[in-house]
Design a protein around this ligand. Structure first.
Ligand code: PLP
Length: 372
């Protein structure tokens, strides 16, 4: 607990304080180098991150959204195509599909993991389907094997939205490099966060890597030779340098998140909230620790009153957002997704959380549900 007895939802300053000297040295070195956009720190981070994920190639970009956009373009997705994805996600997943001119096609999610319900995918296929875009929501891997199987049989590309799942494992392999392309975000609050915006595409397919390297930098093959209609999606040198420092701590941070999740699970046993599941073939990395309760809004208010900050990931599913009303959805189209949006409550989760804080959160949850 901090001085006011508050438990913050997230504490980015605590992480910075612990790494101040290392980050300071990396920043000073980069500033002195003059390599402010791409450059040697970004290349080194790309190599280190590719190795971390277990993929052959990693291409640094300026956000997770850009990573998704370029992965889709590299896969050949464009106007007239359909991409099967989920609505139970952050809006960026769907926005990236929309940027390409393709149509996002939603399937509902599994009620346990809240990831793409693989049993619904085949019914959603049409001759226009080009790709599957599952999300590893909250840090729990989607069921990739059945999806890869459907993709192989139907000549589809699988793009993993791993923006919340750095270090998550599916059947013992790190996510991102299991599908054809994997997309990561290094937004500050993610499990591996930059001091600003950054993202990464990973792949084992050389031609995708080559295309994405060009697309992120104005479609240039060499300077001023624009062979593709590209973008300014380059990663900054400072972010590469800082992310290299932080990558060395990621495993310890992930272990701490997993320990906190286990502690929450014990402390919340019998409290009346549903705690998140971890499938037997999965390693959940708890980017978000989301419990479920039908009394979500009142629990959230009571926690707020006792100084426990919480979040909701996400209160309105993408298919019911005004920005995507042209897709023609109405409430009831995706019942599991819609119910989750009403019940999910994200509790404080970050590596530096202390046992006392976890205990205060759990006590506040119990009191909110049983205290009156
Ligand atoms: C954060 C996030 C993104 C977008 O990443 P940015 O770096 O913020 O652009 C995409 N998908 C999911 C599931 C996310 O959580």
């Amino acid at each position: 607990m901090d001085a006011n007895g508050m438990v913050p939802f997230l504490d980015l300053k605590a992480q910075y304080e612990a790494l101040k000297d290392e980050i300071g040295a990396a920043v000073t070195k980069t500033l002195a180098s003059g390599e402010y956009v791409l450059g040697s720190e970004v290349s080194a981070f790309e190599e280190e991150f590719a190795e971390y994920v277990g993929a052959r190639f990693a291409i640094g970009v300026n956000s997770g959204t850009s990573a998704l956009h370029l992965a889709l373009l590299a896969a050949g997705v464009g106007p007239g195509d359909e991409v099967i994805t989920v609505s139970c996600t952050f809006v960026a997943t769907v926005a990236a599909i929309d940027y390409t001119g393709a149509r996002p096609v939603f399937v509902d999610v599994d009620p346990e993991t809240l990831n793409m319900d693989v049993t619904q995918v085949e019914a959603a296929l049409t001759e226009r389907t080009k790709a599957l875009l599952p999300v590893h929501l909250h840090g729990h891997p989607a069921a990739l094997d059945p999806l890869l199987d459907i993709a192989r049989r139907n000549n589809l590309v699988v793009i993993e939205d791993a923006a919340q799942a750095h270090g998550a494992e599916y059947q013992g392999r790190r996510v991102g490099g299991i599908g054809d392309l994997g997309c990561f975000s290094f937004y500050p609050g993610k499990n591996l966060g930059a001091c600003g915006e950054a993202g990464m595409v990973v792949t084992n397919t050389e031609r995708y890597a080559h295309a994405i390297r060009k697309l992120r930098d104005w479609g240039q093959e060499r300077k001023y030779h624009h062979v593709l209609k590209g973008f300014n999606y380059r990663m900054e040198g400072l972010q590469g340098a800082i992310l290299r420092v932080k990558l060395r701590h990621l495993d310890a941070w992930t272990d701490a998140r997993i320990r906190h999740a286990a502690t929450y699970q014990d402390l919340l046993d019998g409290s009346g909230v549903r705690t998140p599941v971890e499938m037997p073939d999965a390693r959940h990395v708890y980017h978000v620790y989301a419990v479920r309760t039908s009394k979500r809004d009142s629990v959230r208010e009571k926690l707020q009153a006792t100084g426990v900050q919480t979040g909701i990931h996400y209160p309105i599913p993408v298919h019911l957002q005004k920005a995507y009303e042209h897709l023609g959805h109405v409430p009831g189209d995706l019942p599991v997704t819609e119910k989750a949006a009403q019940e999910l409550l994200s509790l404080p989760m970050f590596p530096e959380l202390q046992l006392k804080q976890l205990e205060s959160v759990a006590r506040a949850v119990r009191e909110a549900l049983h205290g009156e």
